[in-house]
Structure formats: structure tokens, C-alpha cells
Design a protein around this ligand. Structure first.
Ligand SMILES: *[C@@H]1O[C@H](CO)[C@@H](O)[C@H](O)[C@H]1NC(C)=O
Ligand SMILES: *[C@@H]1O[C@H](CO)[C@@H](O)[C@H](O)[C@H]1NC(C)=O
Ligand SMILES: *[C@@H]1O[C@H](CO)[C@@H](O)[C@H](O)[C@H]1NC(C)=O
Ligand SMILES: *[C@@H]1O[C@H](CO)[C@@H](O)[C@H](O)[C@H]1NC(C)=O
Ligand SMILES: *[C@@H]1O[C@H](CO)[C@@H](O)[C@H](O)[C@H]1NC(C)=O
Ligand SMILES: *[C@@H]1O[C@H](CO)[C@@H](O)[C@H](O)[C@H]1NC(C)=O
Ligand SMILES: *[C@@H]1O[C@H](CO)[C@@H](O)[C@H](O)[C@H]1NC(C)=O
Ligand SMILES: *[C@@H]1O[C@H](CO)[C@@H](O)[C@H](O)[C@H]1NC(C)=O
Ligand SMILES: *[C@@H]1O[C@H](CO)[C@@H](O)[C@H](O)[C@H]1NC(C)=O
Ligand SMILES: *[C@@H]1O[C@H](CO)[C@@H](O)[C@H](O)[C@H]1NC(C)=O
Ligand SMILES: *[C@@H]1O[C@H](CO)[C@@H](O)[C@H](O)[C@H]1NC(C)=O
Ligand SMILES: *[C@@H]1O[C@H](CO)[C@@H](O)[C@H](O)[C@H]1NC(C)=O
Length: 465
């Protein structure tokens, strides 16, 4: 405990990076590109070659899985949108799908890591390299993957946010890109490995990859802060869907008869209701007899992990992805793979409250800090494969023996994982900045708010496990 407290004290001088809440602005949708398949100077980043993919690995129920996440919308709000009502007829409505907590960032962490590790905020986090993600599971079976982040300036960008030309008003600049919505960059196991970091691409790359028929088998797509509804409304999201997604649904290079597309939200806007979010499965891979149906099985963001695991017979992370209360596999995929769901559906009282916020102990929570624990290495997930154990993972510190939470902020500290490790890929090569850069503005290349955090990264590493 003394060791933990000392580490925390040293790491704690990092700047606090809490983001202000944004009121919905009265912006109206403007397309950032001529078509979804064209590159645009409205995006800062250059396109960089074409994604290189391993040969296709057939799955049991689908060969391509595309996830698109929108922001902060209650179920009823999405259900009231004519565009959502319209596309619902083209796929399966998952009417009991839940986010894990509030605010945004922990939900993005959860959907690739199987846990949100107590993350209570949208502040800067860098999760240590021996904590695994879905990328480890996919690469283990040679399944190609990428993430497409709209308005991210360059591949593998580790900045906290990025401000670029305001194409909506044609006047000034706007912060369109944020790290907190880029799930894989937050994990050092992805972003500190150059080949992996460069698979986190922007929308100019998306255009290039689409035109080259190079979509990977697994992808996570984050529209920018206006197109995903974060700074705007359901009407803006609807206009973006009409502009961007509708034509791509008709494009074989994006959506073929072995593709499924998961359209969902990170969380509800209202914290005082349970975290139920409007979720659709679209794509040519949806069985014809299920088009236009509703599935009221209880699903969570961990279902996006377990469904992928079941489909490709992957291993698991041994975290929430193997928790049989939370990891139901999308029913048609469960049926195709022989996985048995837990039977929780409809308005069952067995659905837990998933709107608890801020006070969940974990290594990313400075007020309720506990160290990272090893996954449950004996868990068996929906893919049947082994739990992935990263190099350097101490498997002896398990959840069963984790110490009581400590309030590190009480002694002026914070979680050690608030420290910025200080690497980035501004030209496709790993570079180090000291002090690390936190945000940037197009054109100037100037560091807006350099933080001291990187100085403490070494101490943070020493505190791990
Ligand atoms: C940039 O966005 C504006 C607003 O939608 C649009 O008029 C313009 O054509 C876009 N530029 C490019 C190169 O796509
Ligand atoms: C509904 O979808 C159809 C088919 O894609 C499209 O033609 C129509 O414009 C859509 N209507 C709305 C309100 O989005
Ligand atoms: C551009 O933005 C500036 C600063 O917000 C404002 O003063 C100006 O009126 C705007 N110009 C136009 C043409 O909207
Ligand atoms: C799926 O698409 C492929 C390639 O276009 C085609 O060969 C195949 O027959 C299609 N399968 C079904 C079930 O439509
Ligand atoms: C979570 O939602 C429930 C309603 O389902 C509500 O009673 C409770 O107060 C909410 N919790 C918080 C922390 O807002
Ligand atoms: C699984 O998730 C449920 C609901 O959040 C929770 O109550 C339970 O403790 C979890 N089980 C394990 C083994 O973590
Ligand atoms: C899954 O299998 C069960 C049991 O055979 C069946 O009742 C259900 O309709 C199937 N669901 C889907 C979506 O295929
Ligand atoms: C932790 O300490 C901070 C600073 O003293 C305090 O504001 C906060 O309420 C404490 N949290 C808990 C859970 O005790
Ligand atoms: C990043 O990886 C390098 C080795 O490539 C290692 O020396 C360094 O400690 C890692 N940084 C972090 C923060 O894990
Ligand atoms: C990238 O930038 C680094 C640091 O400025 C430099 O050392 C390296 O040569 C550059 N690499 C390329 C490919 O431009
Ligand atoms: C472009 O991608 C290649 C790998 O395809 C990589 O070697 C190179 O460094 C990348 N360049 C930039 C500027 O991201
Ligand atoms: C961008 O980052 C800077 C510096 O870290 C911060 O002050 C600002 O609030 C952030 N803006 C957004 C929109 O996240």
C-alpha cells in the first residue's frame, strides 16, 4: 500500500484534463466530403497508402464486422427519428442493449477491453501495455482489423484532441476529434506498437481503403464530434447517416452478404435512467427472415466482444466479455455457433443498473484506486478459446485478492494511468515528445497545452501490478 501511495503521489502532478460539457449547438449538417468515398481537405490528415490485410478468415455467421458509435442519446430519442425508424426496417432492432456506465470514455474502453477499469471521467488515460484488447484476440487468428476516426489528423495520433478548419461555418476552427472516442489508442498494447497504431486511421484513409476494396474484417468507426451527435442532435446524426451510411449500405466494397454492421450509441444522455441505447444490426449478413424484426435479448457493449469471439472461435479477455450476466451473443450468431445465452430478455428484473457512474473502484479511478488485476485466466468465453495473457502480465494479482480502494486524490494524486506516455506518430514513425503534447491545432503545429505528465510515466510503469 505504501508503494501504491508513493507512486500515486509522484504521478499525481499531471494536469487535470477534465473536459467541459458541451451544450447541443444549433449547427446544421454539412457534408465534409463530396461522397463517403472521396478524400477531402476538410480533413487535415493525408491519406496514407492502403491498408494491408491478411487473407480473409471465414467466420461462422459473418466475415466482416463493422461497428459505428454515436454519442449520448436516450433510446426514446433515437426511436423518434424518422431516419432511424427507416433503417430499422432494414435490419434487426436490439431493443434491450445497454451501455456500461457514464460518461463516454469508459464505454469506449469497455467495448475493446472487456472492462472500463473504474474509469470515472473523460480525462486523459493510457492503459499499460500488459492489458489486452480485442486486437490481441483478432491477431491471434490473423483476422484483419482497423479503426477509422473521422477528423483525426494522422494515423496513430495519440493527442488528447485536435482542432481543424471549421467546415460547417467556413469560418475559424473547431475541435472535431477527441481521443476519448478512439477506444484502441487508449491502450498502450495497441498505440505503443507502431504496426498496430498505424491501423488506427482517419476518414481520408477510409476513402482510400474503400476504393481499394481493402476494408478489414473487424473495424470500429467513430464519426467526428458533430456527426456522432456529441455536440449536436439526433437530427444531425440522421443527416449524416443519410449522407454517409445509406450509400455505403449499397456498396459491395463496404457491405456484402457476409457483412454485419452494428450501429449503436456510447451511452444514454440521461444519467437517471438505466443505460438502454437504441441499437441496430444492419448489413447483407443479416439472415433474410430476420430483417425488420426485434430481438429483446439483454445485450451490453461486452456483447460486441463475445459475438465476435463466437463468430471466429477466438480466445477471450477473461473480463466482462466472459461474464455470463453481461455477455449474451447476438441471437442469430449464438444459434449459428452453438453458444447458449443466459435467457435474460425483455424488461427482466435481472437486468442490472448500468448507469452507476464515477464510484466504481478500479485502476483508472483516482478516488477509488485499486491496481490492475489479472484477468480470470480460467474463464471460457463465447469463442471457446483460451484467455489471452499478455507478455509481462503478473497473473497472481487476481480480483479475489485485490486490496481495498484508496482515495489518491485525497493526497493530491491521481491514478498513475493519467500520465501521458509521450509517444506519437506525426509522420508514421514513433516519435517522443517531452513534455508530451495534449492537443493541437491544424496548421500551426503548435502545442497548445503541453502537460508535465510524461515525466511521471516511468514511475507509473514501476507501479504496475
Ligand atoms: C468541405 O465542406 C464543405 C461544407 O460541406 C463543402 O461545401 C466542401 O465541398 C467540402 N470540401 C471538400 C473538398 O469536400
Ligand atoms: C428511407 O430509406 C429509403 C431506402 O434507402 C430511402 O430511399 C428514403 O429516402 C429513406 N427515408 C428517410 C426518411 O430516411
Ligand atoms: C467569423 O468568426 C468571427 C469570430 O467568431 C466572427 O467575429 C465573424 O463575424 C465571423 N464571420 C462570418 C462571416 O461569419
Ligand atoms: C454472396 O455474394 C457472393 C459474391 O458476390 C456470391 O457469390 C454469393 O452467391 C452470395 N451469396 C448469397 C447467399 O447471396
Ligand atoms: C439509475 O437508473 C435508475 C432507474 O432505472 C434510477 O432509479 C437511479 O437513480 C439511476 N442511478 C443514478 C446514479 O442516477
Ligand atoms: C458480472 O456482472 C454482474 C453485473 O454487473 C456483476 O454483478 C457480477 O459481479 C459480475 N461477475 C463477476 C464474476 O465479475
Ligand atoms: C435461435 O434458436 C432458437 C431455438 O432453436 C429459436 O427459437 C430462435 O428463433 C432462433 N433465433 C434466431 C434469431 O435465429
Ligand atoms: C477523495 O478525496 C477528494 C479530495 O479530498 C474528495 O473531494 C473526495 O470526496 C474523496 N472521495 C471519496 C470517495 O472519499
Ligand atoms: C513502449 O514500448 C517500448 C518498447 O517498444 C518500451 O520501451 C516502453 O516502455 C513502452 N512504453 C510504455 C508506456 O509502455
Ligand atoms: C519522422 O520524424 C522524425 C522526428 O522528426 C524523424 O527523425 C524521421 O526521420 C521522420 N521520418 C520520416 C519517414 O519522415
Ligand atoms: C504509412 O503506412 C505505412 C505502412 O503501410 C507506414 O510504413 C508509414 O510509416 C505510414 N506513413 C504515415 C505518414 O503514416
Ligand atoms: C482539448 O484539449 C485541451 C488541452 O488538453 C483542453 O483544454 C480542451 O478542453 C480540449 N477540448 C476538447 C473539446 O476536448
Amino acid at each position: 500500500m505504501a508503494q501504491l501511495a508513493r507512486c500515486a503521489l509522484l504521478a499525481g502532478s499531471a494536469l487535470s484534463l477534465a473536459t467541459p460539457a458541451f451544450a447541443a449547438l444549433a449547427q446544421s449538417f454539412q457534408p465534409p466530403t463530396l461522397t463517403p468515398e472521396s478524400v477531402s481537405t476538410n480533413y487535415t490528415g493525408p491519406s496514407n497508402n492502403t491498408l494491408q490485410n491478411t487473407p480473409l478468415v471465414p467466420g461462422k455467421a459473418f466475415d466482416r464486422f463493422i461497428q459505428i458509435w454515436f454519442e449520448n442519446t436516450d433510446y426514446a430519442t433515437a426511436a423518434s427519428s424518422p431516419v432511424f425508424q427507416n433503417i430499422t426496417k432494414q435490419g434487426i432492432l436490439l431493443s434491450q442493449y445497454y451501455a456500461m456506465t457514464h460518461p463516454s470514455e469508459p464505454n469506449y474502453i469497455a467495448v475493446v477491453g472487456g472492462d472500463f477499469f473504474g474509469q470515472p471521467s473523460d480525462d486523459f488515460r493510457a492503459i499499460p501495455q500488459n492489458i489486452s484488447t480485442v486486437v490481441d484476440l483478432l491477431e491471434d487468428k490473423n483476422i484483419s482489423w482497423a479503426s477509422y476516426q473521422e477528423s483525426m489528423p494522422y494515423d496513430g495520433c495519440t493527442l488528447f484532441n485536435y482542432t481543424s478548419f471549421d467546415y460547417l461555418t467556413d469560418n475559424g476552427t473547431y475541435t472535431y476529434y477527441v481521443r476519448k472516442h478512439n477506444p484502441l489508442i487508449i491502450f498502450d498494447s495497441v498505440s505503443n506498437v507502431t504496426d498496430r497504431a498505424l491501423r488506427i486511421r482517419n476518414f481520408n484513409d477510409f476513402a482510400v481503403d474503400l476504393n481499394a476494396s481493402a476494408m478489414p474484417q473487424w473495424s470500429f468507426i467513430t464519426p467526428n464530434l458533430v456527426d456522432d451527435g456529441h455536440d449536436t442532435t439526433i437530427d444531425f446524426i440522421s443527416d449524416w447517416i443519410t449522407f454517409w451510411l445509406m450509400p455505403l449500405l449499397e456498396d459491395d466494397r463496404f457491405n456484402n452478404n457476409r457483412t454485419i454492421i452494428l450501429l449503436t450509441f456510447d451511452e444514454t444522455e440521461t444519467y437517471t435512467i438505466n443505460n438502454q441505447i437504441y441499437t441496430l444490426i444492419l448489413g447483407g449478413g443479416v439472415p433474410k427472415d430476420l430483417i425488420g424484426t426485434t430481438d429483446d435479448t439483454f445485450y451490453t457493449h461486452y456483447s460486441a466482444l463475445s459475438t465476435v469471439q463466437a463468430n471466429w472461435r477466438l480466445g477471450s479477455l477473461g473480463r466482462g466479455d466472459t461474464n455470463t450476466t453481461l455477455n449474451n451473443v447476438f441471437e442469430f450468431v449464438a444459434n449459428a455457433t452453438g453458444w447458449k445465452n443466459n435467457g435474460i430478455s425483455g424488461n427482466s428484473s435481472a437486468i442490472p443498473l448500468l448507469n452507476l457512474t464515477g464510484n466504481i473502484p478500479g485502476p483508472l479511478n483516482g478516488e477509488f484506486y485499486v491496481p490492475f488485476t489479472a484477468p480470470n485466466t480460467s474463464a471460457v468465453g463465447a469463442g471457446g478459446g483460451p484467455v489471452f495473457v499478455a507478455a509481462g502480465l503478473n497473473t497472481s494479482l487476481t480480483a479475489a485478492i485485490v486490496p481495498a480502494p484508496v482515495n489518491l486524490t485525497a493526497s493530491g494524486g491521481d491514478t498513475p494511468w493519467a500520465a501521458n506516455p509521450g509517444y506519437d506518430y506525426p509522420n508514421g514513425t514513433k516519435t517522443f515528445t517531452n513534455p508530451p503534447s495534449q492537443s493541437s491545432t491544424s496548421g500551426s503545429g503548435k502545442l497548445v497545452a503541453p502537460a508535465l505528465a510524461g515525466l511521471f510515466a516511468a514511475f507509473a510503469m514501476a507501479c504496475m501490478l
